[in-house]
Write a protein that binds this ligand. Structure first.
Ligand SMILES: Cc1cc2nc3c(=O)[nH]c(=O)nc-3n(C[C@H](O)[C@H](O)[C@H](O)COP(=O)(O)OP(=O)(O)OC[C@H]3O[C@@H](n4cnc5c(N)ncnc54)[C@H](O)[C@@H]3O)c2cc1C
Length: 157
């Protein structure tokens, strides 16, 4: 698998899925496969994969993103299974909006929207709605419709 991150992909660039430039090393070295396999509940790339209905390809099978993400930090990968490619259908329009943790620039909440000829897909990250030192569950819940509206507006702009 290429070491290039999804912010190199035209689709992801258009939808601004890549985190801003806060962590140059991460942008240079972190991989799409690593992010998907890690399935951090606040990560951006799993949301993009779900929003775009990506197919995760391993050395022995193809897994729909709807089946791939099982739970927080948990995926359908077997212990010895490696992601070798990820296939993204190209949407007519797509946008990603996230509310950044000001320190790490990780998403507190992010919303990915994609319009295909067959319909619209919406994926939310950071929606585990925990109360923690970064935000209350109520505040996270409040962010979901705000970010969804922004993402739809930008996808249509
Ligand atoms: C300061 C900071 C800010 C960050 N901000 C964001 C953010 O805003 N948005 C965001 O989405 N992420 C963010 N991240 C997380 C970052 O994107 C991930 O750490 C990175 O994508 C993980 O990729 P990696 O290639 O380094 O994986 P690794 O850390 O090397 O691996 C992660 C896990 O996946 C497994 N793995 C790796 N590659 C594969 C493969 N091909 N097949 C199967 N299993 C594999 C590894 O064994 C490991 O268990 C941030 C991280 C930091 C440190």
């Amino acid at each position: 698998m290429s070491r290039s991150t999804p912010n190199c992909g035209a689709c992801c660039r258009r939808s601004r899925i890549s985190p801003r430039t806060s962590a140059t090393a991460r942008c240079a070295l972190g991989t799409l496969g690593g992010s998907l396999a890690n399935n951090d509940p606040a990560a951006c790339y799993p949301a993009a994969s779900m929003g775009l209905d990506a197919t995760i390809v391993t050395q022995r099978r193809r897994i729909s993103s709807s089946d791939f993400f099982v739970g927080m930090y948990e995926t359908a990968l077997e212990p010895d299974e490696l992601i070798v490619a990820v296939e993204f259908p190209v949407p007519e329009r797509a946008a990603y909006e996230k509310f950044r943790n000001p320190a790490s620039h990780f998403a507190l909440v992010g919303v990915f929207v994609a319009k295909f000829a067959s319909g619209v897909r919406v994926a939310v990250t950071g929606a585990n709605l925990n109360d923690d030192m970064h935000a209350s569950a109520e505040y996270r819940a409040h962010l979901i419709p705000v970010l969804a509206a922004r993402a739809v507006a930008r996808a249509n702009s």
